[in-house]
Design a protein. Structure first.
Length: 334
């Protein structure tokens, strides 16, 4: 079909541009929200399924990744993760972050933000079910350990706990001088994060275009474009938090239980609440975490999802995944 790889790239970006030019795409996070509460200058709490959890005094709090917006949880309009959550008989709250300008804002500050929200929700709800996506799962795990009275369950969606497989790659950003550039800024622009991910996984780039041009259905291509747009609109990361993540990857701080929040070492084996852990062996970003975390969690239900780090939440396998997850959520009510 194409003479060479460059021609394939040119055709892809032409179709991408044609799709988004002149089109109006509503932000479903806010369009579907029934309420929005400003928590701080850097965070809001969006409310869905309002009133659904009052009978059981139970609410879901969703903590997204800090690298990208929570929009990924809405992208598949046929069966989005947030829409499926409405069957859980709980009121749903989504932590929506804005740009954080403070350079000294670290991972512990992110966790403190979650703990503050848990305190607010606990005024109305006796039981909080916490969900963390990607590195939001690391933050949610720390928050769950720090608030055992309020948090009654934890869901970890492809959470990166073991970074050992990245050790031989993580130094590339230093080799290219990105650490020096980043060190001069209060925040790390999302374009640097994308550059780092490209250095870590350069083989994904050509596969991405092969996948797109193998698609036959228009709706699959549209969803592909939406995911790419979501990836390109990532959030800037405070430099302290960024370097803490890099340091954790180089030293295996999470796996060695060396990460501290509020003076407490974060050790998954100390969690006494039920945990649902979703992982995928096709996940190139956090593959070994799928093998490590189940063995560290005392009360865990593991589920191997179809798809990669992103596609299992928005692809065709999301309903299979959610069928198992919904059964688990409902079992907590009995």
């Amino acid at each position: 079909m194409f003479q060479n790889f460059n021609e394939k790239i040119e055709n892809y970006f032409k179709e991408y541009k044609d799709y988004f030019t002149g089109s109006d795409f509503p932000d479903l996070r806010y369009n579907l929200s029934e309420d929005c509460q400003v928590i701080s200058p850097s965070a809001s709490l969006l409310n869905y399924n309002k009133g659904a959890g009052l009978k059981d005094s139970r609410a879901l709090l969703v903590v997204p990744s800090i690298f990208n917006s929570s929009e990924i949880l809405f992208l598949n309009e046929d069966s989005s993760f947030m829409e499926l959550l409405k069957n859980s008989r709980r009121e749903i709250f989504l932590l929506e972050r804005k740009k954080i300008e403070k350079a000294e804002y670290g991972l512990e500050d992110y966790v403190t933000e979650i703990l503050d929200i848990i305190k607010i929700l606990s005024r109305t709800y006796r039981k909080i079910d916490l969900i963390g996506h990607c590195i939001g799962g690391n933050l949610a795990l720390a928050a769950g350990l720090s608030s055992p009275k309020e948090v009654k369950s934890l869901t970890l969606l492809t959470t990166p706990w073991d970074f050992s497989y990245l050790k031989h790659k993580i130094g590339l950003y230093k080799l290219f001088g990105l650490d020096r550039i980043i060190g001069d800024n209060s925040t790390v622009p999302s374009i640097y994060n994308r550059a780092l991910f490209f250095l870590l996984f350069p083989e994904i780039f050509p596969r991405k275009f092969d996948k797109y041009f193998s698609m036959n259905e228009e709706k699959d291509k549209i969803l592909f474009f939406k995911i790419e747009k979501w990836l390109a609109s990532g959030l800037p990361i405070p430099s302290k938090a960024f370097f803490e993540i890099i340091d954790a990857a180089e030293r295996d701080s999470f796996l060695r239980n060396e990460w501290k929040v509020g003076g407490m070492f974060i050790n998954p084996s100390l969690l006494k609440i039920p945990v649902f852990l979703s992982y995928s062996k096709e996940d190139r970003l956090v593959p070994t975490s799928s093998a490590i975390l189940p063995g560290l969690l005392p009360k865990v239900r593991s589920y191997e999802a179809r798809g990669g780090h992103i596609s299992y939440l928005v692809g065709k396998g999301v309903k299979d995944f959610f069928y198992e997850y919904e059964l688990w959520l409902l079992s907590l009510l009995s």
